[in-house]
Design a protein around this ligand. Sequence first.
Ligand SMILES: [Zn+2]
Length: 376
Amino acid sequence: MSSLESKLAAASLGTAAVEGQPAAEPLKSLFAKKKKKKFGIKLTQERPKEKGAKPRAAAAPTTFKAADYASSARRGADVSAQNNCTLEALSVALYAARAFREGFARSPGSSPVADALREVLAGVASNDVPSAANEALRQALATRGGAIGAAFAYADAAEVLELLLDALERDAPHAAATCTSVGYRLVRKPCLLCGDDSAAGPVAETRDVRTFSVNAALVLNLLATAQSPTFADLFREARADAPVSCRACGERACAVSGAMEAVAPVLIVNLTWVSTPEGAAVAQLVRGALLPFDAGVAFDGGAAATYLCVATVCFKGDHYTAYARPPPSAVDLRYPPLWTLRDRFVDRGSGDLEWLLGELSGAKPKLPSLMVYVRV
Ligand SMILES: [Zn+2]
């Protein structure tokens, strides 16, 4: 198996397609923003008070002015959420992917990460709030490094997912395998102008990929100009390399696009956002992304299969939440079923597609960070 470095590189595949961005330097996204905060009080291990509860701030200001203390306590609670909400949302989203769940069940091995995740998923299954198990999972992962291990650091969902899958590769290999697509490579196409195909073919080594990064702004740009694209079309375009020069006619008319030998049963798209667009644009993108996703189109014919989104991990105001729906089922004629918002494992409401789009496209949009698809 490849090293963590190559996996992280694979995770940032596709960012190279962005105009003016060198391949070696992945785009910074809102999600990747690291926040270091220091406070005199230690609130990290505590669950924040439920809404409506008065912050303890009002109780007994000592060395702070009351207003400062209230603000500090509030931010402390946010930091606590940051440290665990990423994993909470990820667990809810992974649970929604049946293939992952079943793969995990087929990996009975014991390790701190696997044992904690087993408890977390059992909690999600029974509509419980497995916060203690989630914290145990965070601590088990923290020993492996990354932002999730640093006090007051802010953990990006895609990074944490890589960290988790990396651990599961050893601890629960069947689960990791369900999220690992095999044989991704860039392929040079015949010249669009003269048809020369003497240099056509794979241009890079194959590699395995767990999350497919796509620049959301690029997708939105393409959406504005394309005729009647599907999200799979936009996904392919946004991840394509710049065309290269033809050996015969010299024009830059040889397209380079990604091809895949086998797309994993659970396909995870990592949308990266460099800025927050208007809510309407987010809704437009998500509406398209929730239609059946044709992997044959997305990977240029290399891997025909249809996928449906069953969960999305969203980001707003330093906080991750997850929207999930039951997986497609041959016996459930009411598909698509309702989406449910889970915030810190707690059910915060359900609704249909329009409800979900309304949730994401407010005045300050909730940005979908990870889209979890399952093969149908
Ligand atoms: Zn040519």
